[in-house]
Design a protein around this ligand. Structure first.
Ligand code: ATP
Length: 720
């Protein structure tokens, strides 16, 4: 009993102290103002520092430049972005996400009801102890609580489960949407190569979408529950102490919320910068993994370390300053949201005893049973704590909202870029060469370009088509030539003259700025690059990529047919060496350079397109196997466009397209000797060749024929 009396008298004293403290605020005002002023000054200084260092750091500068007119915060732009993303997350009232949102709301209400129940239950238990009523105590503390612990436990854990499921459902919707848009046609290529607004698509597709979904779900519960709590606890408190109690508390929180909003730094913007910097570091490391062999040969570890450390240093600098900012901001938060609110709570709780109606309360409610004060104090403080926590969560949710605005900005910008690209528009920032140093942002709308594409089988024709980079830089002002099915064409020229660019235009990767390009549909054209792409999956998957096994079966290919194709590139041994067609390996590591190129050629034979673009794709293959592969391609009726500097390939081509690297080109028919005749006589079914020469611009040969000299092979002169 002594302990209980001590507790109860301590509480009364605490109340009195709180009352006196509140009453004596004018004396303390100076101290409060001093602490507040100091905190504001340090916040301001940290913000200034962060702003300055962000401007110094080149990557942040880039981010800033791109966002120069787009402040990230909780504003109209944020709402507009959210309005676009939310329908993706919740597609309709009949969706699973809507059901999860409703069930989450139900669980939140149940949780609030349990909190209310617990507050009054607690009061009764305290009273039963103070009044030494064993029966009342056992009935409540043991039996009633023993029963209620089950629903409380179930509700609390259901809340966690529902929140996780909802976040996963949002993430799933967003990820599928992003995959659909990003992996549609060749959008992923355009994001990386044509448009330069998105730097780290991988991070956006994984981490940012995940964070966005998680934050949105938590914000829903952190906003919806407090709102319900505020209504219910304010009502209960009003019933118990009087309407002025919840009103005072709410008025205080609104005021402190306004102050907090005014002094809080733009954490949303800092989150966006942080995400960009993190993406940069991840990119550094993924590059090291992808190019480990080259880096190892160069002994480039030290240099890569410098680059990675430099990026990490920028993250560290940024985070340090954000942490300091959070610290100073946290002080204001705690003082305003926690401690000042607690003072007010003490004052409110003392109202029944010290307030205007203290006498009436003492006579009518308490009477002779002073333990009633204890019960009311406990119950009311439970209500008040819940009310304060609810408001506190709501105020802090406001801060999370700015972080959420950062994720929303990144995700919505990504989706906007994907939408732009899918509707044929891309944007590039051109690095300025003029002294003003102002970089130009150029938007290119493919729909408004003059170039025209005509789809026709059996022919590839360039008619006055300029070879331009996506920047609009002209490599060849106007190009015209025609190649029909069966007429192989060899392309040569110095580095950087536009050979691959021609293919990128032909393959539809780059836009066509003018003229008319006639070509077969994409499925009748196939590209074989110098560094073959090997997919994740089995050995069979490497051969039939991008088909899957079912497609291969439908096309009449079983493992025996595939083995025959491997035979055409002398790779039959691969099946037994790697453990069968279903073996799954990291193919980029287990195959040698030449083997990779031969697998890529076998893939070409599997697809058997009308036209194939071979971009130095046999550079690592021995010449005898190379010849064998070229002959087989002709047998299959595949017309080849080959970029190569090897004269040994001349016999397999009928035309030569030479770039001079100055914007001129020459398209000429090759005259062959016996070597060519040999090649043609091996199953050549080409139609008669039109002899057509188109030369654009004043082509002046520079004496260099752009063929490498190969020992034991025919030189260009010999072929002529
Ligand atoms: N994505 C791009 N955006 C802008 N310009 C590019 C892009 N890719 C290449 N270029 C530019 O186009 C020019 C021609 O490049 P291309 O790859 O066509 O050369 P190439 O003739 O194939 O050279 P190489 O023999 O070295 O492979 C280069 O100067 C390069 O700077």
């Amino acid at each position: 009993m002594n302990t209980l009396t001590a507790i109860s008298s301590a509480m009364v004293q605490l109340d009195e102290a709180a009352y006196r403290l509140v009453m004596s605020v004018p004396e303390h005002r100076k101290k409060y103002l001093f602490v507040l002023a100091m905190t504001l000054v340090s916040t301001y200084v940290a913000r200034r520092k962060l702003g300055r260092s962000a401007a110094r750091n080149p990557l942040t500068e880039l981010v800033e430049r791109r966002r120069v007119h787009r402040k990230v915060g909780v504003d109209a732009q944020f709402l507009a972005q959210l309005k676009k993303i939310v329908p993706i997350c919740v597609p309709g009232v009949a969706s699973k996400e809507c059901a999860l949102l409703v069930s989450l709301a139900g669980i939140l209400i149940a949780r609030t009801w349990l909190d209310i129940w617990f507050s009054s239950f607690n009061g009764v238990v305290v009273r039963s102890i103070v009044s030494r009523d064993w029966q009342l105590f056992t009935k409540n503390a043991l039996f009633l609580f023993g029963m209620m612990m089950w629903p409380m436990s179930v509700v609390n854990n259901s809340l966690k489960l529902n929140i996780n499921m909802l976040a996963l459902a949002f993430r799933s919707r967003l990820t599928h949407y992003a995959h659909d848009q990003y992996l549609k046609a060749i959008t992923f290529y355009k994001v990386a190569n044509l448009d330069n607004r998105i730097q780290n698509a991988d991070q956006l597709l994984t981490q940012d979408i995940d964070k966005f979904s998680e934050t949105m779900t938590h914000l829903y519960s952190d906003i919806a529950k407090p709102i319900v709590d505020i209504g219910l606890f304010a009502y209960k408190l009003g019933q118990s102490i009087g309407a002025e109690a919840p009103l005072m508390m709410l008025a205080y929180f609104v005021t402190s919320g306004v102050v907090l909003r005014a002094v809080s730094p733009p954490f949303g913007k800092y989150t966006a910068i942080e995400q960009n910097l993190e993406g940069e570091l991840r990119y550094n490391h993924s590059r090291i993994i992808a190019h480990s062999e080259e880096i190892a040969f160069y002994r480039g570890g030290e240099r890569e370390k410098q680059i990675a450390n430099g990026t990490f240093q920028r993250i560290k600098g940024h985070l340090r300053k954000v942490f300091v900012l959070r610290f100073t901001n946290g002080i204001i938060d705690s003082v305003l949201v926690k401690y000042c609110a607690t003072q007010l709570a003490f004052f409110i709780l003392s109202r029944p005893v010290f307030g205007r109606n203290a006498e009436r309360y003492s006579k009518e409610v308490v009477g002779t049973d002073s333990t009633k004060i204890m019960e009311d104090y406990s119950t009311n403080s439970g209500y008040l704590i819940n009310l304060s926590q609810a408001v506190g969560r709501l105020v802090l949710a406001g801060r999370d909202l700015t972080r959420f605005a950062g994720y929303t900005f990144r995700v919505s910008e990504f989706f906007a870029v994907l939408e732009d690209i899918n509707s044929g528009r891309y944007q590039r920032t051109m690095v300025s060469t003029d002294p003003s140093g102002i970089n130009e942002v150029r938007t290119i709308d493919q729909g408004s370009l003059d170039g025209q594409i005509v789809e026709m089988d059996g022919v590839i024709e360039f008619k006055n088509v300029p070879i331009c980079t996506p920047n609009g830089d002209i490599l060849v002002p106007s190009m015209s030539f025609r190649v029909e099915s069966g007429m192989n064409c060899l392309i040569t020229g110095p580095n950087g003259c536009g050979k691959s660019s021609l293919f990128r235009i032909l393959g539809g990767l780059w836009p066509i700025f003018g003229g008319v390009l006639t070509k077969p549909s994409p499925r009748n054209m196939f590209y074989v690059p110098q560094k073959p792409y090997l997919t994740l999956g089995t050995l069979r998957d490497q051969l039939i990529y991008p088909d899957v096994r079912e497609d291969a079966t439908k096309a009449g290919f079983d493992d025996a047919n595939l083995m025959a194709l491997l035979g055409k590139v002398n790779l039959e041994y691969l099946v037994s060496r790697e453990g069968g067609w279903d073996a799954v390996r990291d193919w980029a590591d287990v195959l040698s350079g030449g083997e990779k190129q031969r697998v890529a050629m076998a893939r070409l034979f599997y697809h058997r397109p009308q036209f194939a673009i071979l971009d130095e794709c046999t550079s690592a293959v021995s010449m005898d196997v190379e010849g064998q592969m070229y002959r087989y391609a002709r047998e299959l009726g595949i017309t080849l466009f080959t970029v190569s500097h090897r004269p040994s390939l001349v016999p397999y081509h009928e035309f030569l397209l030479r770039f001079d690297g100055q914007g001129n080109y020459e398209f000429e028919e090759l005259k062959h000797d016996g070597a060519f005749a040999f090649a043609r006589n091996n199953g050549d079914s080409s139609p008669s060749r039109p002899v057509k020469m188109m030369t654009e611009g004043p082509y002046v040969g520079d004496g260099h024929d752009y063929f490498e000299e190969e020992e034991g092979e025919l030189s260009d002169d010999e072929l002529e």
